[in-house]
Ligand binder design. Structure first.
Ligand code: SF4
Length: 783
């Protein structure tokens, strides 16, 4: 049947997509592993299946499988798509014999072994596309394959193309779909359009898929694939699926399926993706940078850069996802075998999408270090990932290129709406902030551009820094922050990083050295030693103040002062006043991590609560101390938690005005205990890092004037991009910064003003030294 798709139908489908999935078009960067081309079925359209005489071996060997997967991991793929014929051992003795000789009960058992191998050696997430399976077979694959798939194709039992294909009966296909739902397997299915079925057949197939999803919630995506005749097949002389039928079927899928089901069409089977997007798709399926589409070998994958441009031209953005869609990734207990929780989290970003920093991506293997002088107790071994991470020495991807005005094309959708509202002076709410954090592609440049404008309006072209010295007076701590690679229990062995406690004389000596080196600030932070009572902190301030009366003492987190007051049984406000009188001038905003108690329950369960952190800063401001806001992000939380963090601190700033700056602390995962225990992500992506600074600039505008980037975690190459995204401050020169290095960061422990100058000179900005409270000191020479 050759239908003209009803423009109204297409428009309704596209609108439904826009409402539910916004302007984001997703794809899965993958490699294609054709485990066996033998198949017991003989579908009339198939070029994938081959008889034994036409293949070199019945199955790919483990070495071949690993070779493909490793190439995929090196190219930055996230998915290993295992595609294979259905139960070839039931038809071909060659397949049965190969399985017997190699010790596998069935093709599915071999698939399980290969998926396990790929997962452990490369970290690529397997997607098993093994056809119509029984429940026990689906269950066998569940611990090694975060998602599985099987095309319904059509539920018309009389199609000529399915003659001789025992697995293509509607009953078997529907039973597989249903069993996958009962087993809570994120499932991919779809229909094949143009194989002799009617429009009504398509509707009935889509309705059956919708009904199964309504029962189990497991259908993550429905592929609407157009039939193309291929030489050498029974259907070689049939007409290709008319474009109009294909678009009509896409629109029907979007309108019939529940709103949360993604609708996908492969981009390599059409001449242009414009029509697919106009008909309502939100996903382009798996796209491989290195392997062919083995099911449609005559149709190569489009190049990703070109695809991104084509998508952006239509006002959408292209974003990589994992083999399981984010709705499933963010609910791992329900959808994944526990064996897969970390493997999925390791490749995901805060939205549950695939990490989008380019470069090789392998599982990290660590060994204990014998030399722990910098505090990091482990060293990375094995295949090296080259993607950017906070703390790693790889340069970040270039997200902002050239002057802002050249970067930003027209964007639409909710990001544009939120930016427009912010430009009108509207305060952003939680949803608006989450929307800005979802920016991709040109949206990122648009958010950064607005932040850059606000930065210029607030700070001009001045880039500030402070000459300071960090003094981490002890690394002994009774708290059990899950991310902290710095603290040591008092009984730690030397081999695992020596516990230390500086004497007051040691501290005073370092302060004098710092002042002689030109520092205007000392920053005092440390673990919570079991022997400290609150008087210890007063004694430290006293010692520092006596050693260098004019140096600014920036010291003690909300945790340290809260704990100090608690151990003395003294009201916190009185205690803060005594610290002030001893010489304390400001509090660092650390110990904030993420100001959301659900996240704190995971990251730092025994630490002060969100309210206690805010109260400590409220009281500090009340007694005349200033402080700053920090956020440690990228470990376990989601953008909604970032939004809450920004809004809570903004509220306090409106009340007290005591925060001088916002400091980002991107989570450094490499030697962090929570990552080594496989319970966190690998820190933020660079896009997330850039957006954190830009969105904070927008949210805090008019309230907190300074946005600081942390060079020990981001590196100067990254920081220079952030200077175009709302950042105006580089923080301290930081003699002896140990905390980032203890978590595995490889950037140095000290930078000089000349280092800063060299980094910002090409940007045409002016470097000026500041005090802790942002009074500007002598301008430095500028390029
Ligand atoms: S982050 Fe601070 S309080 Fe937590 S364990 Fe480390 S040193 Fe102790």
């Amino acid at each position: 049947m050759n239908l003209t798709p009803d423009p109204d139908l297409l428009a309704r489908a596209a609108a439904r997509r826009d409402v539910n999935f916004g302007r984001r078009i997703t794809y899965s960067p993958k490699v294609f592993i054709p485990l066996t081309k033998l198949c017991q079925d003989r579908c009339g359209y198939c070029t994938f299946a081959e008889p034994p005489a036409r293949v070199e071996a019945p199955y790919l060997s483990a070495a071949d499988v690993l070779g493909i997967a490793r190439a995929g991991a090196r190219a930055g793929c996230h998915e290993a798509l295992f595609t294979l014929g259905e139960r070839p051992e039931l038809r071909y003795p060659a397949a049965r014999n190969w399985l017997d000789e190699n010790g596998y009960e069935s093709t599915i058992h071999y698939l399980k072994a290969m998926a396990e191998l790929v997962l452990s050696e490369t970290g690529l997430l397997p997607h098993a596309n093994a056809g119509a399976l029984d429940a026990d077979e689906l269950a066998l694959l569940r611990p090694v394959s975060p998602s599985q798939g099987m095309m319904i194709e059509s539920l018309n039992p009389d199609l000529e193309c399915h003659r001789g294909s025992p697995d293509k009966t509607p009953e078997r296909r529907l039973a597989t779909l249903e069993a996958a739902g009962e087993l809570a397997i994120p499932f991919t299915t779809g229909i094949l359009v143009g194989i002799g079925e009617s429009r009504q057949d398509r509707i009935e197939a889509l309705e059956a898929i919708a009904a199964s999803h309504e029962r189990h919630g497991h259908v993550q995506e429905v592929i609407v694939q157009n039939f193309l005749p291929k030489p050498g097949t029974r259907m070689r002389d049939h007409d290709a699926c008319p474009k109009d039928d294909h678009l009509d079927a896409i629109a029907l899928a979007r309108l019939i399926l529940p709103v949360d089901v993604h609708v996908q069409a492969p981009p390599n089977l059409v001449d242009t993706i414009d029509d697919l997007i106009a008909a309502g798709i939100d996903d382009l399926g798996g796209i491989s940078p290195i392997t062919a589409d083995h099911v449609n070998p005559e149709r190569p994958w489009p190049h990703l850069d070109g695809l991104a441009v084509a998508v952006e031209r239509l006002g959408y953005t292209l974003a990589p996802r994992l083999t399981a869609h984010p709705e499933f990734v963010l609910d791992p207990d329900r959808w994944f075998d526990p064996a897969l929780h970390f493997a999925v989290m390791d490749r995901s970003d805060a939205e549950g999408m695939g990490r989008d920093d380019p470069g090789a991506f392998f599982p990290e293997r660590t060994m204990e270090k014998s030399d722990v002088t910098d505090g990091a107790e482990v060293v990375l071994v094995g295949h090296k990932s080259t993607a950017w991470y906070s703390g790693a020495d790889q340069p970040p991807p270039v997200l902002l290129r050239g002057p802002a005005s050249d970067r930003v094309g027209a964007i639409g959708g909710t990001v544009a709406e939120v930016l427009a509202a912010a430009r009108e002076g509207e305060e952003l709410d939680e949803d608006g902030i989450v929307t800005l954090f979802s920016a991709r592609g040109p949206e990122v440049a648009a958010v950064a551009q607005f932040a850059d404008e606000l930065r210029r309006e607030t700070n001009g072209d001045v880039v500030t820094y402070v000459k300071n010295r960090n003094i981490n007076y002890t690394n002994v701590c009774t708290f059990k922050c899950q991310f902290c690679g710095f603290s040591k229990g008092p009984l730690s062995l030397n081999l695992r990083g020596a516990p230390y406690l500086l004497t007051l004389d040691d501290i005073a000596e370092r302060v004098v050295e710092a002042e002689q080196a030109g520092a205007t600030e000392v920053c005092l932070q440390g673990g919570i030693h079991p022997d400290f009572d609150g008087e210890y902190y007063i004694d430290v301030i006293d010692a520092v103040h006596r050693a260098a009366p004019s140096i600014h003492i920036h010291g003690f987190t909300a945790l340290e002062v809260t704990e100090g007051a608690r151990r003395l049984g003294e009201p916190l406000e009185e205690y803060l006043a005594r610290l002030r009188d001893a010489g304390l001038r400001s509090l660092p905003g650390t110990a904030a991590e993420i100001l959301d108690d659900d996240v704190r329950a995971i990251l730092c369960p025994d630490k002060i609560t969100t309210d206690e952190w805010l109260e400590a800063h409220r009281l500090a401001h009340r007694v005349g101390l200033t402080s700053n806001v920090t956020i440690m992000f990228g470990a376990v939380e989601q953008p909604v938690h970032w939004a809450r963090h920004l809004l809570r601190t903004l509220e306090l700033q409106k009340e007290t005005g005591g925060f001088t700056e916002f400091v980002t602390l991107p989570f450094v995962h490499m030697a962090s205990p929570i990552y080594l225990r496989k319970r966190s992500r690998r820190g933020p992506t660079f896009r997330e890092t850039l957006l954190m600074h830009a969105v904070a600039r927008i949210v805090y505008h008019g309230h907190i004037d300074n946005i600081q980037a942390s060079w020990p975690k981001i590196g100067l190459a990254g920081v220079t991009q952030l200077l175009h995204a709302g950042v105006n401050d580089l923080g301290g020169t930081l003699m002896d910064e140990n905390i980032s290095r203890a978590a595995g960061a490889s950037h140095g422990t000290e930078l000089t003003p000349a280092d800063f100058e060299a980094a910002i000179a090409p940007l045409g900005r002016r470097l000026v030294e500041r005090t802790t409270r942002y009074d500007l000191r002598q301008p430095q020479l500028s390029g």
